[in-house]
Ligand binder design. Structure first.
Ligand code: PLP
Length: 466
């Protein structure tokens, strides 16, 4: 056995060999050296345990390809591109919205060059970073004023902290939701210092429930979008118009956490339309908050629009400084919002809107082309079939609503679908899909047709025919 140890190549020899490979040469040398040591340690352990028992198994020519694969796999960045074929458009675990090309370019410019981020080009003096998007937000939503913070959780927090700290906010029991990722409305409220005044029953809340709860210490009435949860059956919620009237009668602001929020009306998609931000503003909500990266299709951000008197107070809150957005977000948001100045253009160019509104015929055509590519690349390693299925919007928008799609189902000949799904997490790039009716399904709604080749490559790797 001790003889075998001597057959292991030295780190320097292996390093020199690996550096002949273009893709490995650009990796940091100390990192590669550490990884070679790690690999050789594994080999030593294999010798000790008898897994490796012949010198031939340790020849440089035998070890090199595996060593290169080991180094390549371990040295790749941790944060990576993945192919999302789940059909969930706003997938929080996979980065929510993809940015429009215009937004990507704006981000790239904002990072590579100096900018007028907080510099007023008319006066040559200090300017406001929010000036780049406030007018756009007001023009699109019809609100008097706007500001943007880091995400919608921050938006809800700062709105309550500013307007209701130490005072009561009246909310319906049916809207005290947890949206996952540890965001719970009652918890955010208590952290902001606002006192939650729950009214109504879980399924039904009436105007008089709110009215009875109003007292000297009431700061606001609030509505919360129930996000990825839907109440059905014997239910009643108080409408925004009714809340507005109540607010007017008692001189209280009406706050609305729209969650996803949309600037776009999804007519003709089969989705039950929810009020857009524009509609909620027009119906008289005083302060409305929503996410930038859910259905809006922009960068992560929390957008707050509403009546000037309240928005100005939120802007002056010192906490605002801690929640402020950076220049990349600002660049992406402005570019995305500009697309919304023409709704048809937005539908085409904002990937999130484009994917949600993609019609069945287009999806069926894409599924056909994807299936063709896969059949050509995978040969007889798997059965490929096309079937009907459903996609989801995700991000808490349009909960429990299905949109018709066309799926490509892959059934491997030599491994189970479950094993295939697992192996696809370790391909280059990883491919995340779902198993449905005993098939591994790819939904073309969330896969750009230009990624078909990459999907085939991942499947080939997983099936061992790369
Ligand atoms: C998603 C959501 C939030 C949190 O928004 P983030 O942008 O993820 O911080 C808050 N409230 C509701 C109702 C939501 O759906």
């Amino acid at each position: 056995m001790s003889q075998l140890f001597r057959h292991l190549p030295s780190v320097d020899i292996v390093l020199a060999e690996l550096e002949r490979d273009e893709s490995l040469r650009c990796l940091p040398r100390p990192l590669v050296r550490d990884l070679i040591n790690e690999f050789l340690d594994i080999k030593r352990e294999e010798i000790r345990s008898g897994v490796v028992s012949e010198a031939g198994e340790l020849a440089l020519g035998v070890l090199l390809p595996r060593l290169a694969a080991f180094v390549r796999a371990k040295a790749r960045p941790h944060f990576r591109r993945v192919l999302n074929v789940t059909g969930v458009v706003v997938h929080t675990n996979m980065g929510r919205s993809l940015l429009a090309r215009e937004a990507v370019e704006a981000v790239s410019k904002a990072c590579a060059h100096y900018s007028n981020l907080e510099f007023d080009l008319e006066t040559g003096e200090r300017g406001s970073r929010y000036s780049h998007v406030e007018k756009l937000l007001c023009d699109i939503t019809g609100a008097e004023a706007a500001l943007v913070v880091n995400n919608n959780a921050a938006a809800v927090f700062i709105m309550l902290e500013t307007l209701a700290k130490g005072r009561e906010v009246v909310v319906s029991r049916g809207q005290l939701v947890e949206i996952g990722g540890s965001f719970r409305i009652p918890d955010v409220m208590s952290k902001s210092g606002a006192i939650l005044r729950e009214v109504g029953a879980t399924n039904r809340t009436h105007v008089h429930d709110y009215e009875r709860a109003i007292g000297d210490n009431t700061a606001a009435l609030m509505r919360v979008h129930t996000s990825n949860f839907r109440l059905i059956g014997f239910t009643k919620e108080v409408s925004l118009e009714e809340m507005r009237q109540l607010g007017d009668r008692y001189g209280l602001p009406v706050l609305e956490d729209l969650g996803s929020g949309s600037l776009f009306r999804f007519d003709g998609t089969g989705l039950i339309n929810e009020p857009t931000v524009q509609e909620v503003v027009a119906q008289g909500a005083d302060v409305v908050s929503f996410s930038g990266d859910k259905v809006l299709g922009g960068p992560q951000a929390g957008i707050i629009v509403g009546r000037r008197e309240w928005i100005e107070r939120i802007k002056r809150n010192p906490v605002n400084r801690a929640l402020r957005i950076d220049k990349m977000t600002l660049a992406a948001l402005e570019a995305t919002l500009r697309l919304y100045l023409d709704m048809d253009k937005a539908r085409e160019s904002v990937p999130t809107l484009n994917m949600i509104t993609m019609d069945y015929k287009t999806l069926r055509g894409r599924a056909g082309r994807l299936a063709k590519t896969l059949r050509a690349e995978l040969g007889d390693a798997a059965d490929i079939a096309i079937r009907k299925g459903v996609s989801r919007v995700g991000g808490g928008a349009f909960p429990e609503q299905d949109i018709a799609t066309s799926l490509v189902a892959v059934n491997p000949k030599n491994i189970s679908v479950r094993e295939l799904k697992k192996r696809l997490l370790d391909t280059e790039p990883p491919l995340v899909g779902r198993i449905e009716d005993e098939g591994f399904c790819l939904d073309p709604r969330t896969l750009d047709p230009r990624e078909n080749g990459l999907a085939a490559k991942a499947l080939k790797q997983a099936l061992g025919i790369a």
